[in-house]
Design a protein around this ligand. Sequence first.
Ligand code: NAD
Length: 276
Amino acid sequence: FDNHFVEAANGVKIPQLGFGVYKITKKEEFERAIGEAIRIGYRHFDTAKIYGNEAVLGQEIQKSGIPREQFFITSKVWNTDHGYKATQKAFEQTIKRLNVDYLDMYLIHFASPHYIETWKAMEELYVEGKIKVIGVANFEIRHLEHLMKHSEIPPMINQIETHPEFPQNALHAYLNEHQILHEAWAPLGQGNKALFEHPELQRIARSHNKTVAQVILRWHLERGILIIPKSSNPRRIKENSEIFDFKLSGDEMEMISRLNSGKRYAINPTGYIVNP
Ligand code: NAD
């Protein structure tokens, strides 16, 4: 499939559709899912130290025989690795597990204490060329303001929970205003039934001859948001990539935005006892 690319503030081009690998834990299931994703054209993969699958992801990428530069690999600094030295060490371990010599994107997973020192280490790794895009995840406006006030390089992306039931309108506007890309985690609302069975979404899907999942993913694309849907089902992996050949009307976009109910899956933005 023909991915669309969005540009970070430093000009790096990021495939707008990526593949999230959280909770694909069984090795065979993981290999099958990633193998299939690569085969049909996914090149952007989103992992994190805490997902415990950096090493298998690295192996699958190598196994594909496709040059490393054609991939866009993201990982994240976990809560227990905050601080300047600890982050340097965490980064080295992450690239070692992935078996790569640079990361395309490295994010602070949560705004846990000491993220300013963490960011300092990330800025240096960025300047050295070991990370192409640096950013954060689960940051609220107050964290972004604090970070920008106390650092040299502003974050280039914020990966936050975003789906029709939790569209993040205020934070989305703030990110746009500050040239920080918006990336959605749980772009499909974690597949929740109430969302997928919503009659309006089903109606829109039928009228485009698409599925509800495709309509939701398309809604994100048209908002300029990067998405990393997760699936270990080959049919759905393919389905989630077939979203570049149709458009939603202004009315449809608005209708989907009205599904905002405030329902969210993350509990605490600082990252303790939350769904990573
Ligand atoms: P998601 O919205 O991608 O939902 C995934 C679930 O939706 C699947 O398990 C499946 O049940 C269902 N699904 C997928 N494709 C479907 C289809 N075509 N039709 C019907 N159902 C379908 O939620 P997620 O996995 O939580 O988020 C995606 C990725 O975001 C993760 O894998 C991870 O990489 C990242 N993430 C990041 C954070 C963070 O704190 N930064 C938190 C959670 C997830």
